[in-house]
Design a binder for this molecule. Structure first.
Ligand code: NFS
Ligand code: SF4
Length: 661
């Protein structure tokens, strides 16, 4: 016993200060409280759990039972697996399975949205409806469905059966391939990358990575590119478009972010996960008069609903619901003791939440048949009767409020910001309602005020200081006149840092600052959840279509980054951006051995084939340098580098004039 206590004390002594784990002040405050309360989080576990060096470089294979086989990452060609698989085969197969899993997560989510749409269209579900008929028509038209003079429901039925092909189609190209700029599509066709249905691509990917099938890393790369494209231009894009049709297109709203959105005197409910239908129903339940009354009867001033992670990012842009924090704050927020219920659906739900929730008496509730957690209450969400589940969650939350015993400490930190820049809104914002177009954006890129565009997205990861790389990278990019688009947990990191306000324009370089001030927009545009990365693909296609910036996505002065990623979904997203023509930089770790043929294939060869390429850096300054260098290279190839030089020159002139005055 004594020995164990000693050990515990020692462990605590060796533990870094929470300030070394995160730059999020609210999370730091809660991690300090967690230590006092004897509660452990993923930050401490990441510190004590050393990442396996062989696994982290993808130098091992357990695809059959002659193995597992471990190769030598320091001397990768000195050994092969029992079956003879080389380091390149092993890495490519592992990478392919990350993509397959990530793609499966997004497409299964997208297919759930489509299931919901079908049932709404068939009239079997009355709790949801088509909220945005204009969007329905626009999406239908974009894939060649006749809309002129037709009933909305007829168009909707056709749209459903067309979009179902995104998942189930055995042969031929997915519907949204029609949105891809022709030259980009030509490249895909040349290498056989245009996806059929996602189910088929994922199945073939799993088959080809089975022991003894595809053993040429270049051929495996083709199939995982195709699988990833079935995510970005398929499953994810359908999820976004159907959500817009059913729940409305996001437009900029001012919202509050951070743990300070919790209210001590109210019943606090957090929704954490990915599927908007659960959240939409929860919004209904918390405003149900009888439940509000019940909350008041229990002594609460009301019911306070907040989001976290992607669920949060998605409703934040649609309804302006406050957002309590990103992935690495989900355990920490329970330490406040103020969360009465945390309701989760799928993806990025740490099992560790169960123990923390238990310590503070928070009701943790799973709702999706795909995601149960051992020992956690499950209240299944049925989309035909959605409120049965969400009303019950509210009732449980009220019960917990009434019997609160945990000591409550809510960090008094809230950050305001503007979010919800859908591709449609960017169009409108820049061109106005009569002449909505991407011409002003392209013009400002061509004349050099905006140097280029970067998508900074993705998770937070306890193997690096939470939020730090996101924030430093984005600051450096906007300082250099790069307009930043954001989704997912990254968007929340920047919101907490105050960069999603129009006032943040003063942190931008002179050109970007001028554009932001003219339009009244922040230099950092929050777009939504991770499936909403598909909005960035559409924006990129629009930029190509608008003209003046080349013929394919690969010609654009744009780049992407997921500086603190942790999930397989991020790998799938990264690969669909790369295959679409975007230079994409990841941080934290990269699952390849440097110097191998496969590594070179991802980091160099794909670009020569007309696609984008991967990059890696751990330092935000270095990451920014890679991105800016790439943007400048593309500007030069487009012949618009001179415009920027002139623009910078005129700034210098202006400054010398100022000095003279
Ligand atoms: Ni994206 Fe969303 Fe966050 Fe990462 Fe997880 S919540 S889908 S995977 S951790 S950004
Ligand atoms: Fe080893 Fe080959 Fe089996 Fe992989 S497939 S575990 S490399 S024998």
């Amino acid at each position: 016993m004594e020995e164990k206590k000693e050990l515990l004390k020692k462990k605590e002594k060796d533990m870094p200060d929470p300030k070394d784990f995160t730059t999020c002040d609210a999370t730091i405050q809660m991690l300090n409280k967690a230590r006092r309360d004897g509660v452990e989080t993923a930050f401490e576990r990441a510190h004590t759990m050393k990442a396996c060096p062989i696994g982290s470089e993808s130098a091992c294979c357990k695809h059959c039972f002659m193995g597992p086989c471990r190769l030598n990452a320091r001397d990768p060609y000195s050994k092969v697996g029992v079956c003879g698989a080389t380091i390149d085969t092993i890495q490519a197969r592992n990478f392919a399975r990350f993509v397959a899993s990530g793609c499966a997560a997004h497409t299964d989510h997208g297919m759930s949205m489509l299931d919901l749409f079908r049932e709404v269209v068939n009239g079997h579900i009355k709790d949801y409806r088509i909220k945005n008929p204009q969007k329905l028509e626009a999406v239908a038209q974009s894939i060649g469905i006749e809309t002129e003079g037709r009933e909305m429901m007829d168009i909707a039925k056709d749209l459903y059966s067309e979009l179902e092909r995104t998942y189930t189609q055995v042969e031929g190209e997915i519907p949204f391939a029609q949105r891809v700029p022709p030259k980009t599509l030509e490249t895909w066709r040349k290498y056989g990358l245009v996806p059929r249905g996602a189910m088929r691509e994922i199945m073939e990917m799993m088959h080809r990575t089975h022991m003894g099938v595809d053993q040429d890393y270049t051929n495996i790369t083709k199939q995982f590119s195709r699988t990833a494209l079935a995510d970005g231009w398929g499953g994810s894009m359908v999820a976004t478009e159907i959500s817009d049709i059913l729940f409305g297109i996001p437009t900029p709203v001012s919202i509050e972010v951070n743990m300070g959105v919790l209210k001590e005197d109210q019943v606090n409910i957090i929704v954490h996960g990915h599927e908007p239908n659960l959240f939409e129903s929860m919004i209904e339940s918390v405003s149900e008069p009888s439940l509000v009354q019940a909350a008041k009867a229990a002594g609460a001033k009301g019911i306070n609903l907040c989001g976290m992670c992607c669920s949060g990012a998605e409703v934040l842009v649609r309804h302006g619901i406050p957002h309590a924090g990103n992935f690495m704050s989900t355990e920490a927020i329970l330490v406040t003791g103020a969360v009465d219920a945390m309701c989760v659906d799928v993806q990025c739900i740490k099992q560790g939440l169960a123990k923390v929730a238990d310590c503070y008496g928070t009701k943790l509730i799973t709702t999706n048949p795909r995601c149960h957690i051992e020992g956690v209450t499950h209240i299944e969400f049925h989309e035909h009767t959605p409120k049965e589940c969400t009303d019950e969650v509210v009732i449980q939350a009220i019960g917990r409020f009434k019997n609160r015993t945990a000591k409550i400490e809510i960090p008094k930190i809230k950050n305001a910001g503007v979010h919800g820049f859908s591709h449609e809104y960017i169009n409108y914002m820049l061109g106005g309602s009569f002449r909505g177009s991407y011409v002003p954006l392209n013009d400002n890129i061509i004349n050099g005020r905006i140097r280029g565009v970067a998508g900074v997205v993705g998770c937070t990861n306890p193997r690096t200081k939470q939020d730090w790389i996101h924030v430093e990278l984005v600051k450096e990019l906007i300082r250099n006149d790069v307009l930043v688009l954001q989704t997912g947990c990254s968007q929340i990191a920047l919101a907490k840092a105050g960069l999603t306000t129009p006032e943040a324009a003063h942190l931008a370089g002179p050109g970007l600052k001028e554009v932001c001030e003219t339009v009244g927009m922040p230099p950092v545009l929050g777009i939504g959840s991770c499936v909403d990365n598909s909005r960035i693909l559409i924006a990129a296609s629009e930029m190509v279509k608008t003209g003046g910036l080349g013929n394919s996505i690969a010609d654009l002065p744009v780049a992407g980054a997921a500086p603190e990623y942790m999930s397989e979904k991020a790998i799938s997203i990264g690969q669909y951006f790369v295959a679409s023509g975007v230079f994409t930089v990841f941080g934290v770790t990269f699952p390849t051995v440097e110097g191998t043929k496969f590594h070179k294939h991802l980091f160099e060869d794909l670009e020569k084939m007309g696609m984008g390429k991967w990059g890696f850096a751990n330092d935000p300054g270095e990451m920014a340098r890679l991105i800016i260098e790439h943007i400048d290279k593309k500007r030069k190839a487009l012949g618009i580098d001179k415009a920027r030089e002139r623009q910078l020159m005129s700034m210098a002139d202006r400054r010398s004039l100022d000095a003279a005055a």
